[in-house]
Design a protein around this ligand. Structure first.
Ligand code: HEM
Length: 103
């Protein structure tokens, strides 16, 4: 947001407007959330240091966990396509047809 980590303000050089800028400036270490500034800043115990800075609302535990999991999973630029129901994801119905058709 303006005044914070948008491309214009870029507070302390951190720009959080796209995957590229987050990976280039947010100090994200794939598979290592504990050493990633992006995660350390949102889980900091000191209100002087944590992000977003007060009086802004801190991220919820669910949001923080989502960020931790994304970094732990490799901080990939992936996305879920509509209709991607992972609960219905099985070898026989999903993988075998791909192998049969292409291998
Ligand atoms: C979840 C949202 C946010 C994340 C992940 C985030 C992340 C970061 C990171 C990684 C740094 C660099 C820390 C360093 O180099 O030591 C930082 C610094 C900073 N950010 Fe944020 N930020 C967030 C929200 C905000 C917002 C909303 C503002 C403006 C109100 C803001 C203002 C600042 C300022 C002033 C600094 C430099 C001082 C400091 O390190 O505490 N940030 N932020």
């Amino acid at each position: 947001m303006s005044g914070c980590h948008d491309a214009v303000t870029a507070t302390v050089g951190v720009i959080l407007t796209s995957y590229q800028t987050i990976m280039n400036t947010g100090d994200v270490r794939p598979e290592n959330p504990g050493n990633s500034d992006l995660y350390k800043k949102i889980t900091d115990n000191d209100p002087e240091d944590w992000m977003p800075p007060p009086p802004r609302q801190a991220l919820s535990p669910a949001q923080t966990e989502t960020l931790r999991k994304w970094i732990a999973q490799g901080a990939r630029n992936n996305k879920c396509y509509s209709g991607c129901d992972t609960t219905q994801f099985t070898f026989n119905t999903t993988i075998l047809p791909i192998i049969n058709d292409n291998c």
